[in-house]
Each structure stands twice: as structure tokens, then as C-alpha cells.
Ligand binder design. Structure first.
Ligand code: MN
Length: 269
């Protein structure tokens, strides 16, 4: 594993690491463009703020993935996308800082060959459910069947002891997290946030957006009394029917992101 250098308290959630001694692999402009869009869409929908990240597995080299360099997701362009290997080492960061928590992505791609995209965030309605001992994230409406019966919660103390900073900052912690996606496409991380996986970039964005909405609805509905959740069978059926239609929100969110980018350019931002 590459060593972290030049870390200090102000930049503790990023690291400057040497590039692996290998060449980046060409990918399509479309994949890079879609990844930039995914960053912007997740910001526009309140899933990421200055923190959080989204990655996609490389379309030519499955042992590589693409992830922005250390930055607020809404500020990124194609030039900010970095290629990484499955040890979490950047290939072409060229001295730019990278996310400390890139091991979330690298270890999930290593463990799960079917996963093509990953979102990690601290979205606001999810965090309370990550610490509530008897109130797991459960799907209560048809858009959120991917949650399964209940999202598992990753307890970092089990892997890292009682004194961690809760960040997935090495391969060992990433590996421990990656083992929890068997029954759900989303895993909550106690006192931290969540990580969502899917077979496509468009789908992982959709899931991250609707997981956040479902969490908000759960807390609202809970004020009204006991909640009726989807059954396991309903959750499965909803995944089949709804997730066949995710091009619709992706097209809408893409349009919104492009309009915002255009407005920014016109203002000279
Ligand atoms: Mn995090």
C-alpha cells in the first residue's frame, strides 16, 4: 500500500501520494463526462456537499477505477478525474491530493466484480439512522426497494477499535466495509454516512438520491406512528420495475446540471 505523506490536520481527509509506476489507460470521453455529471447531480440533490465522492470502474481495465481528485464534487471537470488501481494507488494524480477514503472504492471493486459504481456520502438524513440503535434504514416506498429488508450498519470499532477517526483510511478498513453489501445495495456507516453500490453509474446515483429521501421519509413517518415497510418480495419487485426507468431521472438531472454549468460560464464563474 502506498504511504501517505504531507498530511496535516487541515488536510486530514486527503492525502498526497506518489503515483503508481504504471500508465493510465485511455477511456471514453463519455465515461469521464458521465462521472463529472454524477458528481454534480449528487451535489444538486443534497447527497454530497463539500464532502463525499462517486467512482466508476474503468471500462477497459476492470482492475482500475476512476474518481475525482480531492475536491468538492460540484467543482470538478474531466481534468480532475484520476485513475486508481485496486490498491487505492493513483495512477495519474500528478501530485494532486487524493481522497483519504479512496479505499472504500478500491476494496469494494476488488471484492465485488459485479459492482461498477460506488457513492460514498454523509447525506444528512442518513447519518441519524446510522447511530439509532433500533431504527435501521428500511424501504418504505417503491423507489427504494434496493435497500432490501434493512440496510446493514458498519461498526468501525469492530475492525479498527475504539479510537479511530471513523474514516476508511486504509485497505483493512475498506475490506471490512466491503463485506457488508450481501443483502443490501447500501451500507450505513455508524456516525459517518453511507456507501451505495450498483452495476451502473446512473443506477448508483439514483440509489444514493433515493436512499436519502427514504431516510427522510422514515423519520417523518415515524412521528405519525408505526410504519409499514415494504416486504422483502415487494422490495425485489420494485427494484425490477423501477430501476428499469432510471434513464428518466438521469436525463432530467443531467439537464439540470448542464443548465447550471452554462449559467456559471455565462457569469464567468
Ligand atoms: Mn466519509
Amino acid at each position: 500500500m502506498c504511504g501517505n505523506v504531507n498530511e496535516n490536520s487541515a488536510e486530514a481527509i486527503s492525502a498526497q501520494v506518489a503515483d503508481a509506476a504504471t500508465q493510465p489507460t485511455a477511456t471514453t470521453h463519455k465515461l469521464l463526462d458521465d462521472l463529472v455529471l454524477a458528481n454534480h447531480i449528487l451535489f444538486n440533490n443534497g447527497v454530497v456537499d463539500a464532502f463525499g465522492h462517486v467512482s466508476v470502474r474503468h471500462d477497459v481495465r476492470p482492475d482500475r477505477f476512476l474518481l475525482a481528485r480531492n475536491m468538492a464534487p460540484d467543482n470538478g471537470t474531466i481534468d480532475d478525474i484520476v485513475e486508481f488501481n485496486l490498491d487505492g494507488e493513483p495512477v495519474n494524480a500528478n501530485g494532486h491530493r487524493v481522497y483519504l477514503e479512496r479505499f472504500i472504492h478500491s476494496e469494494i471493486y476488488r471484492a465485488r466484480s459485479d459492482v461498477m459504481a460506488v457513492v460514498h456520502s454523509h447525506s444528512h438524513a442518513i447519518v441519524p439512522l446510522s447511530v439509532a440503535k433500533d431504527f435501521p434504514l428500511r424501504p418504505l416506498f417503491h423507489m427504494a426497494g434496493f435497500i432490501g429488508t434493512a440496510a446493514p450498519v458498519f461498526e468501525i470499532r469492530d475492525a479498527g477499535g475504539n479510537g479511530t477517526d471513523l474514516l476508511i483510511s486504509n485497505q483493512m478498513l475498506g475490506r471490512a466495509l466491503s463485506g457488508l453489501f450481501k443483502s443490501s445495495a447500501i451500507v450505513l456507516m455508524r456516525g459517518h454516512g453511507s456507501t451505495v453500490v450498483a452495476e451502473t453509474l446512473q443506477k448508483v446515483v439514483y440509489r444514493a438520491v433515493y436512499a436519502e429521501i427514504n431516510a427522510r421519509y422514515q423519520m417523518e413517518a415515524n412521528k405519525l406512528g408505526p410504519i409499514t415497510y415494504l416486504t422483502e418480495e415487494e422490495a425485489r419487485s420494485c427494484v425490477t420495475s423501477i430501476e428499469g426507468q432510471i434513464q428518466r431521472p438521469w436525463d432530467l438531472w443531467t439537464e439540470q446540471a448542464r443548465m447550471k454549468a452554462l449559467a456559471k460560464r455565462e457569469r464567468g464563474v
